[in-house]
Ligand binder design. Structure first.
Ligand SMILES: C[S@@+](CC[C@H](N)C(=O)[O-])C[C@H]1O[C@@H](n2cnc3c(N)ncnc32)[C@H](O)[C@@H]1O
Length: 223
């Protein structure tokens, strides 16, 4: 499903096939919060804390059911985008029920082709998104394009273990990966190689997060 070894994204290439994610998240939408609220919470919190410290206009790519939206402080004006309308419907209900006045828009959009002008946002966040994309480099390139010079890109992500029991479990999980809608073997090199190819993006922080160090906060800045 993934083309991790491709060079950094090229906007003239045809858009990658997202039909698998569309059908996976249409199935997940009704039960997503029951399964993923707690386990992915620490990463969302760490990502929101980092974004809150920056403030300004924030793009949340892969906002899903909006579990991270209540974590954003009022100094952020948030636009959320996601491929899946059923996931966004739940996010819209959450915004209405919690009266989240700093959420401006929740839009259907493909992370590989962000429909915003260059340099539109102070911060772009993507909680638990890039591992599930067919072309993560293309989406990262898009995030860099839409963030302002000096702006920040913050990811919370599963990064595969390089060895040991967790690596073994990830290989086992990969066999059901297509059903999960993500690839548990996503290696750091996907992001590391991309960073090496871009001379306009700096790694500010890479921090391992609980539970079990399965997840990481990755904070980058556009020069
Ligand atoms: C694991 S969920 C994360 C949702 C939310 N950020 C959270 O922390 O719970 C991944 C989300 O990415 C969305 N997604 C998958 N492929 C996408 C794409 N190409 N463009 C935009 N969103 C995508 C899915 O619909 C899903 O809502």
């Amino acid at each position: 499903m993934s083309s991790h070894n491709e060079p950094a994204g090229n906007p003239s290439k045809p858009s990658p096939d997202t039909s698998h994610a569309l059908s996976a998240y249409a199935r997940w939408a009704g039960m997503y919060d029951a399964v993923f609220t707690r386990i992915l919470r620490r990463g969302r919190m760490a990502l929101a804390e980092a974004a809150n410290a920056i403030g300004g206009k924030c793009l949340n790519v892969g906002v899903g059911t909006g579990l991270e939206l209540p974590m954003f402080a009022p100094n952020l004006r948030v636009t959320g985008v996601d491929l899946s309308e059923p996931m966004l419907e739940i996010a819209r209900k959450r915004v209405a029920e919690l009266g989240l006045t700093n959420v401006d828009d929740l839009l259907v959009m493909d992370a590989h082709e962000l429909d915003f002008p260059d340099a539109s946002f102070d911060v772009v966040v993507a909680p638990y998104l890039v591992t599930i994309l067919p072309d993560p480099h293309r989406s990262l390139d898009e995030m860099v394009r839409v963030v302002k010079p000096g702006g920040h890109i913050i990811l919370a992500n599963h990064i595969a273990a390089e060895s040991g029991p967790v690596a073994w479990a990830e290989s086992a999980l990969a066999k059901i990966g297509p059903g999960l809608g993500w690839d548990p073997r996503f290696p750091w090199s996907v992001i590391g190689d991309w960073l090496e190819q871009r001379n306009d993006v700096t790694l500010v922080e890479r921090r391992t997060l609980p539970p079990l160090g399965l997840f990481a906060l990755i904070h980058m800045q556009k020069r």
